[in-house]
Design a protein around this ligand. Structure first.
Ligand code: NAP
Length: 246
């Protein structure tokens, strides 16, 4: 599927799923703007893309802060052109019993996981409206579909991402812009490795007897970003090895 001529923004593109998505979209021909808090890891993703013959730039900044989003978007437009694909991937997780979750933790999770994607959409949708074409892919979580103990704040934020996807999908449906979400389930990334999850145990109880890879998510994302996915909007496309069958 060709994304030639498209400009993609991937938030949290310096690590795990976001890095794999950035690399895949570039492989399919998009110029990619890699947004991440961590400038070193964002530059590493750019290097991977450029070394394989692709086009990419890094923008260091907080994808949940309006001013920094505007700055990264301006840099992207100046270097690569108007933005046609937005992947809201940046996110944080936390494992805490519900009664111990502080107000600060709730605010932080909500700011990065749901406010950030909404602000990035507000910044970038005007480019898509001008072009009459756009693809927005939000990375949610299977924890929002199944519930997840110790993750009430996280799963609530990701449930918000799923509901936001549907509402925005309807609002933009007649404008040539699709809005979809992918809830990953159990993907082997630095986020998963840093969590208290017993990875081996989870693999044993999973239908496919393996963890997902960031590339599993990237292929689904590249499809949703493509021309061929133009009649799909508001979809929750689970990529979870059969762990969740809603
Ligand atoms: P990851 O390896 O921790 O990567 C997340 C990246 O996002 C990191 O580079 C991080 O930078 C960056 N980031 C965090 N907050 C940011 C912000 N405010 N602005 C810009 N960048 C920010 O995590 P991952 O596993 O690839 O997760 C990617 C997405 O998938 C997340 O939304 C996550 O909730 C979702 N997800 C993952 C799994 C899984 O099993 N891995 C399952 C369900 C959902 P720093 O490293 O500097 O913090």
């Amino acid at each position: 599927m060709s994304l030639k001529g498209k400009v993609a923004v991937v938030t949290g593109g310096g690590s795990g799923i976001g890095r794999a998505i950035s690399v895949q979209l570039a492989k399919d021909g998009a110029a990619v703007s890699v947004w991440d808090l961590n400038s070193v890891s964002a530059e590493q993703t750019v290097e991977m893309i450029v070394n394989s013959g692709g086009r990419a730039i890094a923008c260091a900044g907080d994808a949940s802060a309006k001013i920094e989003i505007a700055r990264s978007a301006a840099m992207t437009r100046q270097s690569l052109g108007a933005i046609s694909i937005l992947v809201n991937n940046a996110g944080i997780s936390s494992f805490t019993p519900f009664m111990d979750i502080s107000e600060e933790m709730i605010d932080r999770i909500m700011a990065i996981n749901i406010k950030g994607p909404m602000l990035c959409c507000q910044e970038i949708i005007p480019d898509m409206l001008n072009a009459g074409w756009g693809r927005i892919i939000n990375i949610s979580s299977s924890s929002a579909q199944t519930g997840a103990p110790m993750m009430c704040h996280y799963s609530a934020s990701k449930g918000g991402v799923i509901a936001f996807t549907k509402s925005l999908g309807l609002e933009l449906a007649a404008k040539g812009i699709t809005v979809n979400n992918i809830p990953p389930g159990f993907i082997d990334t630095p986020m998963l490795r840093q969590s208290p999850v017993d990875i081996e145990k989870q693999i044993q109880v999973s239908p496919m007897k393996r963890a997902g890879t960031p590339e599993d998510i990237a292929s689904a994302c590249a499809f949703l970003a493509s021309e061929q996915a133009g009649y799909i909007t508001g979809l929750t496309l689970g990529v979870n090895g059969g762990r969740v069958m809603p």
